[in-house]
Design a protein around this ligand. Sequence first.
Ligand code: HCA
Ligand code: CU
Length: 465
Amino acid sequence: MVEILDSTLREGEQTPFVNFMVDEKLEIARRLDRVGVEMIEAGDPSVSPAVCDAVMRIARAGLRAEVVAHSLATRSGIGKAAECGVGRVVVFYPTSKIHLDTKMNKGEDEALKIIGEHVAFARSLGLKVRYTPEDASRTGFDFLVRACVTAIEAGADRISFADTLGILRPFETYERIRALRAALPPCKIDLHCHNDFGLALGNALEGIRAGANCIHTTVNGMGERTGIPDLCETIVALHQLEGDQHYDLHELTTLSAFLERVSGFFVAPNKPITGTNAFTHKSGVHTNGVLKNPSTYENFDPSLLGRERRIVIDKYTGKRAVAVRLEEYGVQVTPEELDLIVEAIKKVGDEHKILHDADIVDVAERVTGRSIDVFPRDLNAIVMIAVESHVYTGAVVRRLRNLQQVESVFEITGDYDISAYVRVPGTWDLNNLIEELRAIPGVKLTDTRVVLKKHLTEDHHGYAD
Ligand code: HCA
Ligand code: CU
């Protein structure tokens, strides 16, 4: 069975501008444990006192997962890991020529000596050891094997094949891992695949097919530069494509959202599995299919992840989607009226960036000439924002104006400095947006008021001007 080592707390905290608090790390570790990952890489205790404290607290939290500390091949680093009470330490030391020459200033034989000595030292402290040949994918194969064999003979039971720069293609990962597996004595092989060309998860899955045992992930695919495979994508791919159902999917969605909140690092809308658009359909052709049978355009039911299907209505829309949306509001229209409504929606959709349910209801009202008294399910809200005293309000306003969901921004007097009018499809999106606003540097406080009903003057039909 495949194993997962989640490195959100180590590789993930290497994401530019991300810094977790110790309590947040403990909470992340607990949530990862409930998902069922086999190993949690809690950090490198030599980085800072707080990282050391977090590793220590996570090691003592009584988790099912094995807690792993990361360390350079130094006695002090490995010693600190042992003091933290973890069961396993990673000794990492590069093997590629460029890293040995440039960073370490060491020849190959010296490198082998250092690797062997430090693995043995860690073993002498009673720790299990994973050896990571950093930059393994750019290391000549023979030397890579020698380095790994040296580590295994010194007591390492795991090797992490690090594609540190994410340069491999899936077929190459397969070939390398196959060859490595054949060349090494019994040991577990981890895959640490970086995502620089968007191939990280593909590479990891190929590596598993070739005989590796474990995939390294982070929540939301965080990490140095472009990160490593996303935990949620990895688990769902294993679940749906490989039939591996030993992880708990229930909390993945909230775990991803929790990470967005504590890191200020937000996933793109088109991110697989956790992105806002992952289960959203738009064109008339697609929505018609999905409304008849979701399997036409959905790989699996989004409720598997506690998520919901969404249908976007705009100029691409078809009759069926509009009819269903109006029915949801209890609005009955004749086939002739529906034709006219869809035609009007396409026209309005040509003129505006986004259409909301309020707009659709408004069009239906105009076309049918009947008053339709319903509350749209999508949300309009007024978010009041207080800015730190040392920050220019204008700098925050600039950030806000870049967000698609923010319709208008006012600088105001009073207890708050800014008022933003926002439109979002639902509460989930409102929650995400507010987290995103809170993460803007300089934002001290937000206060959100949801609009229940909007009363428009004659010449405003509810569309953004
Ligand atoms: C780094 C080290 C590492 C280590 C991976 C591992 C890499 O460059 O910061 O221990 O499996 O990508 O090589 O993250
Ligand atoms: Cu890495």
